[in-house]
Design a protein around this ligand. Sequence first.
Ligand code: ADP
Ligand code: TYD
Length: 205
Amino acid sequence: MAGLFITFEGIDGSGKSTQARLLADRLRAEGVDALHTREPGGSAGAEEIRRLVLEGDPARWSAETEILLFTAARRDHLERVIDPALAAGRVVVCDRFADSTRMYQGLRAGLRDVVDKLHALMIGREPDLTFIIDMDPVKGHARAKGRNGSEERFEDFGTDLQVRMRAGFLELAAAHPERCVVIDGDRPVETVAHDVTRIALERIG
Ligand code: ADP
Ligand code: TYD
């Protein structure tokens, strides 16, 4: 029996990590065998690449190099964690996946074609269900900044980028209605989680 692959996407600070964790917990409480993971990262090798891409000077890597790094991390994560879990019939809940590369590298740098070609060559997997957590970019940026971590390379690109990424994610959702569901993230955590869990359980059947 094939499992189900669920991803969370959206701008920084929209609440993806919070909602991905809550969804995995709630699915387990319903007796579903759910695996919670994240990108960039999710496997030992990919977590090492995560540190390379998320820390340091915003100008540290070109967009082209970022595409290669994020895709290398994704390939490792897919081979070692996602594919085996899906093959075992589990539900995989992943915080960000290829749509993030389509937006942050593809849309941001005008390299969407490169991202799509490399994805087709090296990844070739799309989620069954993607929650796009939609959020006002200024509020999202404030929430993300409020976390005060060291992984600020992308947050340091500023709110202008967040505005473009939000519009891009909404366009992507409109282009892929078979898998994407837009969720209003500007509501209390519990209200958002209630909607997300209901939709996921419907899809799991
Ligand atoms: P993301 O993974 O999308 O960057 P997080 O889940 O890490 O977002 O949330 C960013 C910050 O906002 C965290 O401090 C989190 O506690 C807070 N947060 C998440 N969801 C909500 C919400 N619905 N309302 C208010 N604050 C939230
Ligand atoms: P993440 O840890 O999900 O940050 P946040 O919780 O703030 O949303 O991701 C860190 C950053 O990595 C985020 O700014 C988006 C960026 N990113 C890309 O640029 N390309 C990608 O393919 C992925 C997966 C993430």
